[in-house]
Design a protein around this ligand. Structure first.
Ligand code: G6P
Length: 607
């Protein structure tokens, strides 16, 4: 989704801004732009395309001490040069914006009456004109920004510069992340720490409603009403923010192969073969959750599928009611009020707008204990929650989530074990699950022995228009995750169904051109799912099965992939890896942009 980087320095900031934009590319975008001080004026360069196109339009000898830059993921107005940011007003006020201004139509009317002419279809342009309006009325730049912000409804992270203020960038945030990066004789703003990790490891994380005035020698933070605010500077290990492919062709490929190590990092120091360590979710967590009677999970996309698997674990091993809602839907359901609810938000980024607003909504409408399982320390969700557990997957750059998912499941398993311990469940059961969990990195590594098999399956899929994924019980969310991976990166329509629902509709779709991927567990569902597979085969459907039994064999009409066997509750985690790789190799055959699939964004910061 959109990305912001801006700064003022005593040295040339243009290469820093461009590098920042490159580091933000992984979020997904369709156009890019930069506004920078160029002697006595501010120059604006924008492109509907990649950051590399933007760079090629800039004269390499240009030097600038102040600028703001942006990658845009279209919301209001099609992807185009005119709609790309920065948006300017009268060549004097320049604005980059992440988020959506909900009252932009009213503001547009008001500004049109004031004589402003709109050049774009964006909601953002009202911001540059409003600041300009207040400046022409005699307000200083910072006061004009504050008056503007008072009129905005919606979500925003902003970076603003003014022709009359060469040593100032103003940043502001409301429901969309923005950080301040501290340097020596230079300071920056960005929507993501990663954008600035090449220049600093010192960050201030702005809170909603805060404004930052950034000069090369100053950082001043204020609330919306102008009260000075102090926020601590945090040192972040910038080495962990690498965007190096390390010899792989794509980040998604690299991240799939990083999964054993990511899992180890997620488990390290948190669990032994006897169970989980106390305090891993934060001091006092055990005390707060020991008597919860209800677990509510909220998440989006891949993270939602992780939540759906925990739902099965919770019912089976804890006997605690667990419900999972999409972040975008949670607020429309009347939340079930129970005495003691644990609200778990699951998110790779910790910034997904729908999940974040659900968390805020839940806190406003009830008194849940809140826990975030997240890959990004200091993210909005971590800060908004009572407790958090980092997945420790390392930065995930590929838009299609892979290692974040398996580490989310590992962390949810730690939650399960912790709650089993609190409920004084038999030691043996806790030891079994803990030992099996610790074996997972090794078992996932084994799935990499069959790359040729996944490539053969990809050959069966890449020229098809649709595919069906089947699973039962806790394998159904995995089927959904498999279908999501395939559609995200190969653009093949893929649907997942609980296998028992096959005969209630999808069976009508089955023919030789509709490949079916079925998850076949070694549990009480085995016979039933085999019957479902027969139903497909009898209609000339091509079936590829994945499971811990049988032998691996793929022919031109389908076949079977044997995965390493483990405890039934952990098999879903292993079975997702072949599906990730099958999707990846299918996308390669189709020649799609694997890491930046069309229309998608890594971090969705608008509702
Ligand atoms: C986007 C990403 C998905 C991700 C989802 C939720 O759609 O492309 O990969 O699963 O957002 O993101 P989160 O950061 O909250 O896990």
């Amino acid at each position: 989704m959109c990305g912001i980087v801006g700064g003022v320095s005593k040295r040339n900031v243009l290469p820093i801004l461009l590098e920042g934009l490159k580091r933000l590319e992984y979020r997904g975008y369709d156009s890019a732009g930069v506004a920078f001080r160029n002697n006595k004026k501010v120059s604006l360069v924008k492109t509907q395309g990649r950051v590399a196109d933007l760079e090629s339009q800039l004269d390499g000898s240009l030097k600038s001490l102040q600028g703001i830059a942006h990658t845009r993921w279209a919301t209001h107005g099609v992807p185009s040069t005119k709609n790309a940011h920065p948006q300017d007003s009268g060549n004097s006020i320049f604005v980059v914006h992440n988020g959506i201004i909900e009252n932009h139509e009213n503001l547009r009317k008001k500004l049109t009456k004031e004589g402003f002419k709109f050049k774009s279809d964006t909601d953002t342009e009202v911001i540059s004109h409003l600041v300009n309006l207040y400046k022409t009325k005699g307000y200083d730049f910072d006061s004009a920004v504050m008056r503007t912000i008072a009129e905005l409804k919606g979500a925003y992270a902003l970076g603003i510069i003014d022709l009359d203020n060469p040593d100032l960038v103003i940043g502001a945030r409301e429901h969309s992340p923005l950080v301040v990066g501290e340097g020596i004789e230079e300071n920056f703003i960005a929507s993501d720490v990663m954008a600035l990790s090449q220049v600093t490891n010192k960050f201030k994380f702005l809170q909603d409603g805060q404004i930052a005035l950034i000069g090369s020698d100053k950082i001043q933070i204020m609330s919306k009403n102008g009260t000075a605010k102090k926020i601590p500077t945090q040192e972040i290990d910038s080495n962990s923010f690498t965007n190096d492919l390390a010899g792989y062709s794509h980040f998604m490929e690299k991240e799939i192969f990083e999964q054993p190590k990511a899992l180890q990092d997620a488990l390290q120091g948190r669990v032994t073969s006897e169970g989980t360590q106390e305090g891993i979710f934060g001091a006092g967590f055990e005390d707060q959750v020991k008597d919860v009677t209800n677990i509510q999970i909220v998440a989006c996309g891949t993270s939602f599928h992780a939540g759906r698997i925990f739902e099965f674990w919770s019912h089976k091993f804890l006997g605690v009611n667990c419900r999972v809602d999409y972040g975008s839907e949670y607020q429309y359901q009347e939340p079930i009020k129970t005495d003691k609810t644990l609200l778990v938000t699951i998110s790779q980024s910790g910034e997904t707008a729908d999940t974040l607003s659900s968390l805020k909504f839940a806190k406003k409408t009830g008194k849940p204990v809140t826990l975030t399982i997240c890959n990004v320390a200091n993210s909005s969700m971590c800060r908004e929650s009572d407790f958090s557990l980092l997945t420790n997957a390392g930065p995930e750059i590929g838009v299609a989530s892979t290692k974040a998912f398996v580490t989310q499941l590992a962390c949810l398993n730690l939650l399960l074990l912790t709650m089993m311990q609190l409920k004084k469940q038999p030691k043996k059961a806790i030891q079994n699950i803990s030992s099996s969990l610790l074996q997972l990195p090794k078992k996932i590594n084994k799935t990499f022995d069959m790359l040729k098999v996944y490539k053969d399956v990809a050959k069966l899929l890449f020229n098809k228009n649709s595919a069906l994924f089947l699973g039962r019980g806790m394998y159904f969310p995995i089927a959904r995750e498999g279908a999501l991976k395939l559609k995200e990166i190969s653009y093949i329509h893929a649907e997942a169904y609980p296998a028992g629902e096959l005969k209630h509709g999808p069976l009508a779709l089955i023919d030789k051109d509709m490949p079916v991927l079925a998850l076949v567990p070694d549990n009480e569902h085995l016979d039933k799912i085999q019957s479902n597979i027969q139903e497909v085969a009898a209609r000339k459907g091509r079936v590829i099965t994945i499971g811990p039994l049988g032998k691996t064999k793929i022919g031109k009409n389908g076949g079977h992939i044997k995965i390493p066997k483990t405890l039934d509750l952990h098999n879903p985690i292993i079975s997702v890896v072949p599906m990730q790789l099958i999707s990846y190799y299918t996308a390669l055959l189709k020649g799609t942009d694997v890491d930046k699939p069309r229309n998608l964004a890594k971090s969705v910061t608008v509702e």
